[in-house]
Ligand binder design. Structure first.
Ligand SMILES: Nc1ncnc2c1ncn2[C@@H]1O[C@H](COP(=O)(O)OP(=O)(O)OP(=O)(O)O)[C@@H](O)[C@H]1O
Length: 357
């Protein structure tokens, strides 16, 4: 038998005491080359083909009909998104993931089956081998649940990959070099902070905070401070409008309109919300991410710290586009902060590259 030639990335993985980037390898995986990669996020599901790149990018949502006995899939992905908070009693919206990890195996199985069929069409008959991104700190039970859902959905061999590693690769960071690179991957339900070097993750920390939890914080603020009820999609739209205004350097006293229901009158209403109020909600929310960044910097070996001081921090994930996040990390650490190109797609781009490894 020939000795296996280890790539630099494999060597680095063995040296670093942090979780390796290949978290789970199905038995005999080496001959089962993955042809699909899946970025299965709290808010969005992306399917990537080796030749095609990103084939499908849709919300991680399912709508089930409860008509007779067992619930059946009524809509998934983009079609289910339009139904959120608008369903009659016999329909129910379910999110497979919460805070970055699987919470509903049945919904996850249906959504994966829908996504793989839509992405590949019906032209292939063999179960595709796949690579799926997971949070670096996902527990064995969480990883096991995802593997079960993937196999039930008709996938062949499945390999799980730590998302910060894929994000760093997708952001074109020199992760194989003997130099420290720091990344903050802020998605919808989870934020992962990681320092990478020599093809592996050296220090990492995750917090279950992201864009979706910020939407919830905004909805709670409207409820408690203004006695105003806004739905899930409205809260997200409000946040996106706020982020857009802040990116365009909106005036300090600018307001943004939100529509929903007044709890005082019980009637549909509109509210003009000052952007500064949303600044305060976002600041409080992002503080947990700042604490995680500080913790990772505090646990980083000095040689890598020196590299990070020179190179700064890169933000990826959809929520990296909220200007306040980068500004807070910059002012709290004194380091340069930059947002990657198309930050929401970094994990997908990284997974795509890994399909060729
Ligand atoms: N321009 C923007 N400004 C602010 N937030 C944004 C913007 N675009 C997307 N987002 C937010 O980014 C989040 C989605 O990001 P992403 O697709 O990276 O998450 P995910 O992969 O589904 O989640 P996770 O990795 O946490 O499981 C949503 O909360 C969305 O509202």
């Amino acid at each position: 038998m020939y000795p296996r030639v280890m790539r630099l990335r494999d060597v680095a993985r063995d040296k670093c005491d942090a979780p390796c980037y290949l978290l789970t390898v199905a038995s005999h995986f080496s001959w089962k080359r993955p042809e699909l990669a899946i970025d299965f996020g709290t808010a969005n599901l992306r399917v990537i083909g080796r030749d095609e790149g990103i084939i499908l990018d849709e919300p991680s949502l399912c709508c089930f009909a409860h008509i007779d006995t067992a619930p059946s899939l009524h809509a998934a992905g983009i079609a289910a998104q339009a139904m959120v908070d608008r369903t009659p009693g016999k329909l129910q919206i379910r999110r497979p993931l919460a805070r970055g990890v699987l919470q509903d195996i049945d919904a996850a199985t249906h959504l994966l089956r829908y996504a793989v069929r839509k992405a590949r069409g019906r032209k292939h008959f063999r179960a595709p081998h796949a690579m799926i991104g997971v949070p670096a700190d996902a527990t064995q039970a969480e990883r096991g649940a995802l593997m079960t859902a993937a196999h039930d959905a008709g996938l062949g061999s499945v390999r799980l990959v730590a998302e910060p590693f894929a994000a760093a690769l997708g952001a074109s960071l020199p992760i194989d070099a003997p130099t420290g690179t720091m990344i903050v991957e802020c998605g919808a339900g989870t934020t992962e902070v990681a320092v990478l070097s020599l093809g592996g993750i050296c220090v990492t920390r995750s917090v279950r905070v992201g864009g979706a939890t910020l939407d919830k914080a905004i909805a709670d603020h409207l409820h408690f401070k203004h006695k105003f009820l806004a739905g899930e999609l409205t809260s997200e739209q409000l946040k996106l409008g706020y982020a857009e205004n802040r990116r365009n350097d909106a005036a300090k006293d600018e307001t943004i309109e939100v529509k929903g229901r007044s709890l005082a009158t019980g009637l549909p209403a509109a509210l003009a919300l000052p952007l500064t109020e949303l600044d305060r909600v976002a600041e409080k929310h992002f503080q947990q991410i700042i604490d995680a960044v500080r913790e990772v910097l505090g646990g980083t070996p000095p040689e890598l710290s020196q590299d990070i001081h020179e190179r700064g921090i890169i933000l990826t994930g959809g929520s990296a586009a909220t200007p306040l996040l980068g500004a807070m990390i910059g002012s709290e650490t004194g380091l340069a902060v930059a947002v990657a190109d198309e930050p929401a797609r970094c994990v997908a781009r990284g997974l795509h590259q890994m399909l060729f490894d």
